[in-house]
Design a protein around this ligand. Structure first.
Ligand SMILES: Nc1ncnc2c1ncn2[C@@H]1O[C@H](COP(=O)(O)OP(=O)(O)OP(=O)(O)O)[C@@H](O)[C@H]1O
Length: 625
């Protein structure tokens, strides 16, 4: 019940539609209720004419009057039916508009909530599950609201009218009906709890299957290359087979209860019809009364059966929207697990704000020596969720305009540092200061241009993908950055040039082409801080050199953090930060670290070696010569 109230509250802007649909339903019901009276009256007129003998004498004047009366009554039936059809369709139209609006409300609010949820939420969720949940909730909640607003007034109006009319004619009829309704309702409610639980279990299986389904479709190449089709199909079919078993038990329960409900109902209606027939024979009711009451009883069944329909759709809506509202109820801050995001450096001088170690890290001779750092990590500790620490106290500072490369073993936390920099996760301890972070996460992220390890494009065109970096950029601007990122080298060979559709996540492009588009996208953003996470790892040496030239040009004057996989690229930065066991091992200019005997020196030595073991060790650092 609370879920239903919640749906109503959630969609309260649709109240005028609910009311409109209810009014239309009320008119249709009232018109329907007039039918038994009209046919009852017609029966009495006809029976009178037949029993008085005038019906056999077409010449008699009385016949003309009677014919006039019955024709009028037939006309009344026509009028009532036309009102029913006309108003019924107006209500139907409102119902359709209401459903479309409800779809908009439920979808956009869900999407809005998803966009507000932190990265941590997506680490544990499957895309297909998120989509399946939305689709189910929309269709089931909409169905329910439509049938509810259509049937609610009809139910109330029919029930009250039928009870009042039957009480007026003969009170035992009303008493029997007054027993029928609550008993039926009670039996319906009894089935509900178990039904809902089973529906929830079914939904969970469908969600898991849909989640995997979307993943498989999105990564068909992996599935095919590992001959995983049969495995995936079996796992998928298995989930649905489990829903079949659950449906069997759910449906058995439902129909058993339904048979019981119907049995009780038929017994009560047997009593009602028996009373009406006997009372007509004994002269209490006229034949017209009997026809009217029999029709009325037929109408009295409608609320009862409608009630079970409403309960059925309500159950589906409750079960279907449960996981939807679970997502809507999530508090982004709580999901996030807290932790400080990057903040604007304090205005009271660098030394006062942070540790001496961090500030000392601003390299001598770097562009901003002496100036407040553009980026500073101060005793930063971090781990994903409740897992072990990935960063166990990281301190460094980057001067404005400085280029810093990060080197460390694979899984050592380089990408994690970049994620923390963008405020995708909060730190466990310590503090990150970034010039430009002061006014919240959006400002922070606007001030950072990033090329991710995975280029991750959208399904639009090449030009649209580049323009994602700055919506509204002109074609000339797009083509200018494309040239800097060496996109122009391959775009002419694509069927529609910059207007070529790249497929889901850019599947129609090569890894290197995707990376170049991702670089162009970040270039177009034109942010003061630049983050490159293995941005050119998929490029061959020649293309990389081309892109690198564009990047060099772009990085001039910008603070840049680079995770590079090529030692030659690393050698050209201002300083190198080496990571070991979640901490910083060394910080210094390449020339200094080359001689220090640390990780970077080791990498250089390994590079010079042709021994197999040495090449292997180099791979552990995601580094090539
Ligand atoms: N979203 C996540 N949830 C949980 N653990 C994660 C997540 N992302 C990374 N990790 C873990 O954090 C550690 C550091 O990962 P990170 O991606 O930062 O390493 P990296 O140094 O960038 O590695 P590589 O050079 O291979 O890209 C790894 O042990 C990884 O398993």
């Amino acid at each position: 019940m609370t879920t239903l109230l919640r749906i109503l509250r959630f969609t309260r802007t649709l109240a005028p539609y609910y009311v409109g649909i209810m009014i239309a339903a009320a008119i249709v019901t009232a018109a329907g209720l007039a039918v038994p009276f009209i046919t009852g009256r017609a029966t009495d007129v006809v029976v009178d004419a037949v029993s008085s003998g005038i019906a056999g004498d077409p010449a008699a004047e009385a016949v003309a009057g009677t014919v006039g009366t019955v024709l009028l009554l037939a006309l009344a039936l026509l009028a009532v039916s036309l009102v029913e059809a006309g108003i019924g369709n107006v209500g139907g139209y409102w119902g359709d508009v209401m459903s479309a609006k409800m779809r908009t409300i439920l979808s956009t609010r869900y999407f809005e909530q998803l966009l507000a949820l932190p990265q941590r939420y997506y680490d544990d969720e499957l895309t297909g599950t998120i989509v399946a949940r939305l689709n189910r909730s929309i269709s089931e909640v909409t169905n329910f609201m439509k049938s509810f607003s259509n049937l609610f007034v009809t139910l109330i109006l029919t029930t009250v009218s039928v009870l009042a009319i039957s009480a007026w004619y003969y009170w035992p009829l009303a008493v029997l009906l007054a027993i029928a309704y609550p008993v039926y309702f009670w039996l319906t409610a009894l089935t509900s709890r178990r039904w809902q639980r089973l529906e929830g279990e079914k939904n969970a299986h469908v969600d898991v299957a849909s989640g995997r389904f979307a993943e498989v479709v999105g990564q068909m190449r992996v599935v095919k290359s590992f001959v995983g089709e049969r495995r995936e199909l079996n796992a998928f079919a298995d989930r649905f087979a489990r829903t079949e078993t659950l449906t069997e038990s759910q449906s058995r329960h439902w129909h058993r209860m339904d048979a019981l409900r119907q049995g009780v109902l038929h017994l009560i209606f047997f009593g009602l019809y028996a009373i009406i027939f006997v009372q007509t024979v004994t002269g209490r009711f006229t034949p017209g009364d009997m026809v009217m009451l029999v029709q009325l009883m037929a109408m009295a069944r409608q609320p009862v059966t409608s009630l079970s329909w409403v309960v059925d759709t309500a159950q589906r809506a409750i079960a279907g929207s449960k996981s939807y509202f679970e997502v809507m109820d999530l508090d982004p801050a709580a999901v996030d697990g807290g932790g400080e995001r990057p903040v604007e450096p304090r205005g009271d001088g660098v030394g006062a704000a942070g540790s001496a170690e961090a500030d000392a890290a601003v390299g001598p001779g770097s562009a901003g020596a002496g100036a407040p750092p553009a980026i500073a990590f101060r005793g930063v500790r971090f781990g994903y969720g409740d897992a072990d620490e990935v960063l166990a106290g990281v301190d460094f500072a980057v001067a404005p305009g400085e280029r810093v490369a990060f080197v460390g073993e694979s899984g050592g936390g380089k990408t994690t540092i970049m994620s923390l920099l963008m405020g995708l996760y909060g730190v466990r301890d310590g503090r990150i200061e970034i010039a430009g972070a002061g006014r919240g996460l959006e400002d922070l992220r606007r001030s950072i241009g990033v090329v991710f390890q995975e280029p991750a494009l959208f399904s639009g065109t090449v030009a649209e993908n580049i323009a994602y970096g700055r919506p509204g950029a002109s074609r000339a601007e797009i083509e200018a950055v494309a040239a800097r990122a060496a996109v122009d080298r391959f775009v002419d060979q694509l069927p529609d040039g910059y207007d070529t559709v790249v497929g889901e996540r850019g599947i129609k492009l090569s890894g290197g082409q995707k990376q170049r588009i991702a670089v162009a996208r970040a270039m177009l953003k034109d942010a003061p801080i630049f983050v490159l996470d293995e941005a050119t790892s998929a490029l061959d040496t020649k293309s990389e050199r081309l892109v690198q030239a564009g990047l060099e040009d772009l990085m001039g004057g910008r603070t840049s953090l680079i995770i590079a996989h090529r030692l030659s690229t690393i050698a050209e930065v201002d300083r190198i930060v080496t990571l070991k066991d979640g901490r910083i091992d060394e910080i210094g200019p390449p020339a200094e670290l080359a001689a220090s005997g640390g990780i970077y020196a080791e990498l250089l030595a390994l590079q010079a070696s042709s021994a197999r073991a040495d090449r292997k060790r180099l791979q552990d650092f995601d580094v090539v010569g």
